[in-house]
Design a protein around this ligand. Structure first.
Ligand code: DLZ
Length: 516
């Protein structure tokens, strides 16, 4: 056989299954294609990261003796979609099959599966860089009425032995979240994040991105993503030494000035394949075993990577393509226009969007409780919000972005990702952040000209969706409070929220306008 191995932009791992046992004469192809950079208006830094990492990886493969074809975006012969470009190259090199590892999106998986029995057959290979395969997950989920991450996570702990002492969890508990909810103190020194020097490859790619995608969101000024495994390992070391010990306790805190706090920001390197989830979890566990990091930090981190990350991937592959069409709360509002500009008086939203624009990053709790929560409370349609998250975050691949946005943030999957929606009022944001003191709205007021809009939106959301949500046992308390409110107060809140929503401008869908 003379295979062409197609490597995608998020398959940059030297131990990738399709690279193993490659026969003499096999060709490895990496393809920059217009179709992948434009199906959503990806952030400048996301495109620059992926293309620079692909170009560096191609060089590493050549250094290891592989025969590599690298298609650049502006090659006039480039067929500009992954499937057609791979087939063009297979013809060019006289290859008799195309091999590819399961991509990170159902859209591509489907397109590739349709070619399995073509004259030039495609061979699809399982991705074994994760702790589980979609098949494993399906077997676990089968017959469970309500699959829950917590059960899955415990099984994964037992299976891998991570943070286990014999058959018991380290420290006698599976979960230390109650220690992980500290707001930030008045003053706090956060370590400087690692900066990587841009080499000529990254500079070239940055110029290409500025030239080809001038209307896409974001800027390139703060580009510090690791574009090689070596740099990613440097970021991992930085996280272990400087951030992990405090990661846990400040995990849910939000700062008006610091976009990163004690978060690892390893998700982009993990999702592109520069780091493996196993090596990251093992390194984090070692910090606990050797007494350098507390268990609440270490367990909290491992739960993200071993629990949530694998769980969302399992849900994605076992529920697609139906999952993407779920809209349990039947919402239809377009994306608020200020998600593309940051131009809003709601200070928490303004800062989360500005940080996203400047870094192609916001941490979990900003994504969930600020931009996500606001969209939930405004009945933004799942598709509109999901496309935004997929576009603006450097770490966003659909397998992880979709369950997190459609499921966890918008509760549109009817409760597979979370047993209740993560809706919250301005009071919660005030407790966990220092945004409100810079904001013209008052988080303690529900109605009136100075009231924080999150408050009336929150109660109006609960009212609007009472049919779907009030029977949920985890929502009982809050619906009790709503019922005890007198009618006048409820009417005033509803009016305040309706007036706000009536003024809220929405952005045109992608492809119908400019995104700056
Ligand atoms: C996101 C992205 C972009 C912007 N460009 C490319 C590309 O030119 N070539 C490529 O192979 N992959 C790219 N990607 C990543 C793919 O979109 C990603 O591999 C699939 O969506 C599956 O996760």
């Amino acid at each position: 056989p003379r295979p062409l191995v197609l490597l995608l932009g998020d398959q940059l791992s030297h131990d990738l299954a399709s690279l193993r046992g490659l026969p003499e004469g096999g060709v490895v192809a990496l393809c920059e294609v217009a179709a992948e950079s434009s199906y959503v208006p990806h952030h400048h830094q996301k495109i620059a990261l992926i293309l620079s990492a692909m170009r560096h990886f191609a060089t590493e493969l050549r250094d290891r003796g592989h025969r590599v074809h690298y298609s650049v975006l502006d090659d006039p012969d480039n067929a500009q979609t992954l499937v057609s470009e791979a087939e063009r190259l297979a013809g060019l090199y006289g290859c008799d099959e195309v091999r590819v590892v399961r991509p990170g999106e159902w859209r591509l998986w489907q397109a590739m599966r349709q070619r399995e029995h073509a004259a030039l057959p495609w061979r699809l290979i399982e991705d074994d860089r994760f702790f589980t395969t979609p098949e494993d997950f399906a077997a676990w989920a089968q017959g469970r009425k309500a699959p829950r991450m917590e059960h899955f996570y415990r099984l994964m702990r037992k299976r891998t032995g991570l943070l286990m002492e014999d058959d018991q969890p380290a420290g006698g508990q599976w979960n230390f979240d109650h220690d992980n909810r500290e707001p930030l103190p008045e003053s706090l020194a956060v370590p400087e994040p690692p900066h990587h020097r841009h080499d000529a490859v990254t500079d070239d790619v940055m110029a290409l991105v500025a030239e080809h995608f001038p209307t896409h969101f974001g800027n390139l000024e703060n580009f510090h993503w690791p574009v090689t495994r070596r740099q990613a390992l440097g970021d991992l070391r930085h996280f272990l030494e400087h951030l992990l010990p405090d990661f846990g306790r400040f995990q849910d805190a939000i700062s008006d000035t610091d976009p990163f706090l004690f978060h690892s920001r390893l998700s982009a390197a993990l999702n592109l394949g520069l780091l493996s989830p196993r090596e990251v979890c093992e390194a984090v566990e070692r910090e606990y075993r050797e007494g350098r990091a507390p268990l609440n930090s270490v367990e909290g981190y491992i739960r993200q990577v071993l629990g949530w990350r694998e769980y969302v991937r399992g849900l994605y592959w076992t529920r697609m393509p139906d999952y993407k069409r779920r809209n349990a709360l039947v919402t239809s509002r377009g994306l608020p226009a200020f998600y593309w500009s940051g131009d809003t008086d709601l200070h928490c939203l303004k800062r989360a969007i500005e940080m996203t624009r400047d870094h192609a990053y916001a941490h979990h709790i900003q994504r969930l409780m600020v931009t996500g929560n606001f969209a939930l409370l405004c009945d933004v349609a799942p598709e509109a919000l999901c496309d935004w998250y997929l576009a603006v975050y450097a770490d966003a691949c659909e397998w992880v972005e979709l369950p997190n946005t459609l499921g966890m943030v918008l509760h549109a999957d009817g409760g597979l990702m979370g047993s209740k929606p993560y809706c919250a009022s301005g009071k919660y944001i005030d407790r966990m952040s220092d945004h409100c003191r810079h904001c013209r709205f008052n988080p303690k007021q529900v109605t009136g000209p100075d009231a924080c809009p999150f408050n009336s939106l929150y109660w109006a959301f609960l009212e609007r969706h009472a049919d779907t949500l009030s029977g949920n046992p985890r929502m009982k308390l809050i619906y009790g409070s709503l019922r005890r409110m007198n009618d006048d107060k409820r009417a005033a809140m509803r009016e305040q929220a309706d007036a706000f929503l009536a003024e809220l401008e929405t952005a045109p869908a992608y492809g119908h306008g400019e995104h700056l």
